[in-house]
Ligand binder design. Structure first.
Ligand SMILES: C/C=C/C(=O)SCCNC(=O)CCNC(=O)[C@H](O)C(C)(C)COP(=O)(O)OP(=O)(O)OC[C@H]1O[C@@H](n2cnc3c(N)ncnc32)[C@H](O)[C@@H]1OP(=O)(O)O
Length: 245
């Protein structure tokens, strides 16, 4: 069974993560599929919005840590890099429904979403420094802009997990939804977006992101540092420690 599943429902492309034995950690193939489904959806006039969802009461535990040890060269064709730049370039709106762990890229992807809903089990974490890495997806720029420098420093430098109430207070999510209603509520919101006039919707979204070039520049800076860190002894020993646990 594929670890990325796709379903189109009344103009919404629902992309679900489903790798239960690894808490939906993204491996290279998952990044490739994610990117393909997004690119395909962008080109399809019947798709008006995307929704990201993690099955098995988990959004995603982030990048597969075993892959960090195997693939340290983050060139422009690396599947994770292609996914991140695809996110940045998306024209159609993106909704996320977060249940359970949203770690690393599981949290940074939300900074590129238009609407984010979480249930009471959601747990966010940005453990880049803990893993001897640096942030990605433009989070080193987007997070301080969203939540303020000191709060962002707490989240990125200490790398502790935080719950849905904190994420809501920091304006990182729109709403906390009852656990059993998360999927249907997020989907109903995505369908509202899908029913809006598509051109006005996409242009408005574009106008609301005047900082795109700055984010793109920051992402390149982050990736340069991230690649170097992946090769460092301190990072390798953190990855090995996690995998031995
Ligand atoms: C460019 C992107 C960068 C990033 O995304 S950096 C962030 C990388 N991710 C992490 O550091 C998160 C690592 N995972 C965790 O902290 C925990 O897991 C969770 C909090 C997500 C869940 O904890 P619990 O419910 O206790 O599950 P469990 O026993 O730790 O994990 C179950 C199985 O899943 C594997 N697993 C979990 N996350 C990952 C991962 N990110 N990469 C590879 N494997 C992972 C484990 O090893 C284990 O596997 P086994 O049953 O074989 O021992």
């Amino acid at each position: 069974m594929s670890h990325i599943q796709v379903q189109d429902d009344q103009g919404v492309r629902i992309i679900s993560f489903n790798r239960p034995d690894k808490r939906n950690a993204f491996d290279l193939n998952m990044y490739k599929q994610l990117t393909e489904y997004l690119i395909e959806g962008e080109a399809d006039n019947d798709i008006r919005a995307f929704m990201l969802y993690g099955k098995n009461n988990c959004f995603t535990s982030g990048n597969d840590i075993a892959d960090f040890l195997k693939n340290s060269d983050l060139g422009p064709n690396h599947p994770a890099v292609r996914f991140l730049f695809c996110l940045l370039e998306l024209k159609k709106p993106l909704v996320a429904a977060v249940s359970g762990a949203a770690v690393g890229i599981g949290t940074t992807v939300l900074l590129h979403c238009d609407l984010v809903y979480a249930d009471s089990t959601a747990k966010f974490q940005l453990p880049f420094v803990n893993l001897a890495l640096v942030p990605e997806a433009g989070a080193s720029l987007l997070l301080p802009e969203l939540v303020g420098y000191q709060k962002a420093a707490e989240l990125l430098l200490l790398g502790e997990s935080f719950n849905a109430q904190t994420a809501h207070r920091l304006n990182m999510i729109n709403e906390i939804v009852a656990d059993e209603e998360l999927f249907s509520y997020a989907l109903s919101q995505a369908k509202k977006l899908a029913n809006q006039p598509p051109q006005a919707l996409q242009i408005t979204r574009q106008l609301m992101r005047p900082h795109k070039n700055r984010v793109q520049h920051q992402m390149h800076q982050e990736l340069e540092q991230f690649s170097a860190r992946l090769k460092s002894d301190e990072a390798k020993s953190r990855f090995q420690a996690f995998l031995k646990k």
